[in-house]
Write a protein that binds this ligand. Sequence first.
Ligand SMILES: N[C@@H](CCC(=O)N[C@@H](CS)C(=O)NCC(=O)O)C(=O)O
Length: 235
Amino acid sequence: MPDGIGAGGAAGEFAAANPRAEVPTLIDGEVKVFDSTIILEYIEDKWPAPPLLPAAPAERARVRMLEEVMDTHYEPINWGLGEVRAFQRATGELAQEIERRAAEQTRGFFAWLETQLGDRDWFNGAAFGWGDLAVAPYLNGSRGHGHRPPAGGRLAAWLERVNQRPSVAATAKDVADLLAANAGAMRDVATLVEQGLFKREYRDHRLEWMVKVGGLEVVAAGLERDNIRFGPDFS
Ligand SMILES: N[C@@H](CCC(=O)N[C@@H](CS)C(=O)NCC(=O)O)C(=O)O
């Protein structure tokens, strides 16, 4: 995890490899690739076997749309809950309203994902792949926020199944270890935000989400206190 990421101070070799200064970034020899979707495409192009995408064009499109929905529409819910709970951007009635909207949206996504899964064992189709790795981290993130797919449903069974895969389990453990290692620092993070020392990135869909759930005043306060930022300029 690069130093300064999240706070707004990512620099050095990492920032040189990725002008957006975001994780994930893939460095493969001389090749530097940013954006998780483009990284997946690079991996698929460079190491086509075993394939991450299904074979049929319609199935490939279905899986890619699933990833797009998770990255763009689902992700900001978990991010926004972090803004409220860890970074304490909202308190009182506004925090309650944002929590309510996040819970409602998450339930809606669980229903939508249940339909997407249909009677398949894997979002990708017959075997684990792109469709599954696009959903798993976000559902684990929701679980971390106390939002679980309905017990006894196919989505809950899929989540159990996917978390048993060694690759998913290892990645989830990395995240849990990182959160545990930073637990002490995270207790003080709201103070750092308040002091303008920790500037959170309100980029594209996250900014939209905060406004959509009624947090325009969160954005306005962040701008006024200079403790939010947007994507970097390119040069
Ligand atoms: N569309 C990008 C989004 C990546 C992204 O939002 N990364 C966040 C963390 S999840 C980040 O590194 N932000 C930089 C920062 O907060 O300093 C992708 O899918 O790779």
